[in-house]
Design a protein around this ligand. Structure first.
Ligand SMILES: Nc1ncnc2c1ncn2[C@@H]1O[C@H](COP(=O)(O)OP(=O)(O)OP(=O)(O)O)[C@@H](O)[C@H]1O
Ligand SMILES: [Mg+2]
Length: 458
């Protein structure tokens, strides 16, 4: 079901060199198509002969700001220094690599495409599609990286993010996707509820008579997680004394039961989650930096809901179907939709879930959810205005540009380019629709795009 990747050549028209690349890709099993320059979509390969701002802008456009994977492959004889490689990566390229023979290049491309495909298949699998709702670029980008690490490595994973963003759900997913795990357990330890006196036993288990009340031997979390996953939830709350005790077992997988001198072994994948800023906790002396490095083989930030507003309605419909499985029209009236999208969610997805639960308990009769179903404390102070697009993220982006020395001209140009891309993409490449939404004439939009293309083209 995968579309063939597109390929685009920037640079002198050396037809022989181009043919050699296409032939080699094809004999490695990589069929390509040409890029629809007016509405670039899907994954692709850019072959280039020099790195400059135009190439980076082009990569930014075709990768849709990193959302679509793009390989940047220098043409034979093209030099790329580290600085240039980083510029391409920052512009949205997934990889940049030099090559010595065209067949080597083709097999490197093939290997990367195969990996992307495997990751995409996992992303489309029922375990994700049914449970983890979200299609926004921020969510998809986070999930894509998490899925790859979960399936293709056994590294320790640390999930950070605000409360209610879905860290526990993602932790469970890492366990389910682990290629080692086959029916083995996911053991969740909530570090907020660990009692300092019994904590050793909870993790390490104990022998009979190890302490008063230890009437029988008992396995701890490490033993239970053998062959599976240990999930340390709210790891930032772990008492300092216990952090020291965990170092060895996290690193080497060996530990002693309380009341025993014999070493035990346990092989498990460690997943930890926290909504604390652990680096700040380290500075304040509340968290050990050596433990931080051991639990954070890979560190992923689960994005807050305000960075993925596109996910609000799909999540809302998902919760609606969960709470009212018999509802005939799983939909919200326009004012409700607008309210759901513009409302703040300090408790993230959990907040949204609770709101939908409250809405559902008020809803009666057939038909969609209407504005009267909203609880009274949800009534907005005023109607949404045209100004409401200026979210804090927008200001943050501009502040970052200014701090990097980007001037007003480039910022305005960037904003106009972004608006054009979005209008073209959402209108499926229809220029007239896009021009209407942008409030310009068809001709002005045509000229603008032609000018940008000329800059990008050879
Ligand atoms: N992508 C998602 N799709 C569907 N439901 C989600 C998603 N993300 C979160 N949820 C739901 O939101 C609620 C909160 O999720 P979860 O407990 O995983 O968050 P958390 O980040 O661990 O929160 P906390 O930091 O408070 O422990 C749960 O009911 C979960 O089912
Ligand atoms: Mg949690």
């Amino acid at each position: 079901m995968h579309r063939e990747p597109w390929i685009y050549f920037c640079g002198p028209k050396d037809l022989l060199a181009r043919k050699a690349i296409l032939d080699s890709l094809s004999s490695s099993g990589v069929a390509t198509q040409s890029l629809n320059i007016d509405a670039p979509s899907g994954e692709g390969i850019i072959c280039f002969s020099s790195v400059d701002d135009d190439l980076c802008d082009f990569v930014r456009e075709v990768s849709h700001n990193r959302e679509k994977r793009v390989l940047a492959v220098p043409l034979d004889g093209t030099q790329v220094d580290s600085q240039q490689a980083w510029s391409l990566l920052r512009a949205g390229a997934s990889d940049v690599f030099l090559w010595s023979s065209v067949s080597e290049m083709a097999s490197q491309v093939k290997a990367r495409l195969d990996r992307w495909r495997a990751v995409d298949e996992l992303l489309q699998s029922p375990v994700i599609k049914k449970n983890l709702i979200g299609q926004s670029p921020a969510w998809r980008s986070a999930l894509r990286q998490i899925v790859e690490v979960a399936r293709f490595t056994t590294a320790a994973v640390l999930l950070i993010g605000e409360s209610g963003t879905g860290k526990e759900m993602v932790g469970r997913l890492v366990h389910e996707l682990d290629s080692r795990v086959c029916g083995n357990e996911l053991v969740i330890v909530d570090c907020t509820t660990i009692s300092p006196e019994l904590s050793g036993s909870e993790f390490f288990g104990h022998e009979r008579g190890a302490f008063t009340g230890a009437i029988g031997a008992r396995d701890g979390a490490f033993a239970k997680a053998h062959g599976g996953t240990l999930f340390l939830d709210e790891v930032g709350e772990l008492p300092l004394a216990l952090q020291a005790q965990l170092l060895r077992v996290v690193q080497e997988g060996t530990y002693k039961r309380v009341g025993s001198n014999a070493w035990q072994r346990s092989q498990f994948r460690l997943v930890s989650a926290t909504n604390r800023d652990l680096l700040q906790s380290i500075e304040q002396g509340h968290f050990r930096h050596d433990l931080y490095h051991r639990i954070g083989g890979w560190i992923f930030r689960v994005p807050p809901l305000h960075e993925r507003r596109e996910d609000i309605l799909p999540l809302a419909s998902h919760f609606l179907r969960t709470f009212l499985p018999d509802i005939s029209v799983a939909d919200f009236d326009l004012p409700v939709r607008e309210h759901l999208i513009s409302r703040p969610y300090p408790g993230n997805v959990r907040d949204l879930r609770q709101l939908i639960a409250r809405i559902c308990s008020r809803h009666v009769g057939p038909g969609p959810i209407t504005i009267g179903d909203l609880p009274e404390d949800e009534y907005p102070a005023g109607a949404p205005t045209k100004e409401s697009w200026r979210h804090p993220e927008f200001e943050r982006s501009i502040a970052q540009a200014l701090s990097l020395g980007v001037g007003l001209k480039e910022i305005s140009q960037g904003a106009a380019d972004t608006a054009t891309h979005i209008a073209m993409r959402e209108g499926n490449g229809n220029l007239r629709d896009a021009a209407r939404r942008l409030g310009v004439t068809d001709r002005a939009l045509q000229m603008r795009r032609a000018a940008r293309r000329r800059q990008n083209d050879e």
